[in-house]
Write a protein that binds this ligand. Structure first.
Ligand SMILES: Cc1cc2nc3c(=O)[nH]c(=O)nc-3n(C[C@H](O)[C@H](O)[C@H](O)COP(=O)(O)OP(=O)(O)OC[C@H]3O[C@@H](n4cnc5c(N)ncnc54)[C@H](O)[C@@H]3O)c2cc1C
Length: 377
């Protein structure tokens, strides 16, 4: 290394963040706002962020009725409402930092669709009063969820018998949001080095030393891991299970009537109208174990289920072609809440976004940034 390189790109930092997805970028932004003089470098293994942030479906959502009811049953009401509050405030933070144009914000509302099969629909109807009452505390809105069965036929759907509308849900362009965040952190003076994969770290005299696959070594006073599903590669044993989400996109469909973001089957399917093309994701419930992987290939079984869903429910009788297919890797665990903590002195992590990181990252990244600033003081 030349002296020039040592004195610039590889200078010891106040903070090194590993991972430049939403969480790492929001983390850098908050740290700079809390302490403008601190030096920060983000290390990213990909040429661009390569996890979930640029590969999701672009839903700006804080939970469909059946998802919230299922979460309340599995994690308890208090934890479920805490998550909803974090997601809602995170989405609001996105809106305060970025204009609608910058991130293609589309406030067309969201819907959960139901079939006539007994169970979920009745349960959602029974609990809608309670959900709306509690959601008013979070959102200030009187009736967040309301029945919208009358729209089903206008939307051109087949095989759905009921729908619940959420007027506060929206769509956005995740690629543009990442780009806008990258621009903001770089303007704030954060250095981003790509193509560098961190393989491990160890405590050093005044902080932490990082090892990388490229053989480069980095020194920092504080380390923040924002590596979500890929964290077990750096912190073995952490409660994170990688989970692959698969998506497909059709060519433009003439007369595509539905607008907004849509959920079905507790969120196992999600779809939206993207410039008159159908973007559809999910169906991982057909291969639950097989989708617990961090490889980004699509799989035939899931893609076939998605195509079947398109034909049966969204585009009945229409001809269409699939132009794009992709995957992104989410981080699940035995609990749905994120891990936001100091792992050891000077080593912090903000990971396990459980498929909610578009919404969660702004707020949980502020939480970890505040913790790091307090630890340093
Ligand atoms: C198909 C799909 C649909 C989704 N739908 C929604 C939704 O509706 N609403 C919602 O809120 N969220 C949704 N999500 C989840 C959301 O996209 C993620 O929770 C969020 O992007 C996680 O951001 P992150 O920064 O924590 O992780 P990532 O975006 O995964 O970023 C981690 C980064 O770390 C880098 N990295 C990993 N290991 C290393 C290493 N060793 N060294 C250097 N760099 C490393 C990776 O390359 C990556 O860029 C969805 C995700 C998918 C895949």
């Amino acid at each position: 290394m030349s002296i020039w390189e040592k004195e610039t790109f590889f200078k010891p930092q106040d903070v090194i963040i590993v991972g430049s997805g939403f969480t790492g970028l929001w983390g850098a932004l908050h740290l700079k706002r809390l302490n403008p003089n601190c030096t920060i470098t983000i290390l990213e293994r990909g040429v661009i962020p390569t996890g979930a942030s640029t590969r999701n479906a672009g839903f700006s959502c804080f939970g469909s009725p059946s998802e919230l009811i299922a979460d309340a049953a599995s994690m308890g009401e208090a934890s479920m409402w805490k998550l909803v509050d974090q997601r809602f405030r995170g989405l609001q933070m996105i809106r305060t930092f970025f204009s609608s144009e910058e991130i293609n914000y589309d406030p067309s509302g969201g819907y959960e669709c139901f079939t006539a099969e007994p169970g979920s629909w009745e349960q959602c109807c029974d609990q809608m009063g309670w959900l709306n009452k509690e959601l008013k505390q979070v959102t200030g809105e009187n009736e967040v969820f309301k029945i919208a069965d009358e729209k089903i036929s206008n939307f051109g759907f087949q095989g759905f018998d009921h729908m619940i509308e959420n007027k506060l849900e929206a769509g956005l362009h995740p690629g543009r949001l990442v780009q806008a965040l990258l621009a903001q952190v770089q303007r704030a003076g954060v250095q981003i080095l790509t193509g560098i994969e961190v393989t491990g770290y160890k405590a050093a005299n005044e902080g932490v030393t990082l090892q990388t696959r490229q053989g480069l070594s980095f020194g920092t006073k504080q380390l923040l891991l924002c590596t979500n599903a890929f964290t077990p590669g750096i912190v073995p044993g952490i409660d994170i299970i990688p989970n692959r989400g698969q998506v497909l996109l059709t060519s433009p469909i003439e007369g595509l009537a539905f607008k907004g973001t849509f959920h079905f089957d507790q969120g196992f399917y999600y779809f939206r109208n993207l410039d008159n093309r159908v973007l559809l994701g999910g169906a991982r419930n057909f291969a639950l174990e097989a989708e617990n992987v961090s490889e980004m290939e699509t799989s035939e079984i899931v893609q076939q289920q998605l195509e079947l869903f398109l034909r049966e429910h969204l585009l009945p009788g229409k001809t269409f072609t699939i132009t794009d297919r992709w995957t992104g890797i989410m981080a699940m665990g035995h609990e749905k809440s994120p891990i936001v903590q100091e792992l050891s002195p000077a080593v912090f992590c903000c990971v396990r976004m459980s498929g909610m990181g578009v919404a969660l990252a702004p707020l949980v990244a502020l939480e970890i940034a505040t913790l790091m600033c307090a630890a340093k003081a």
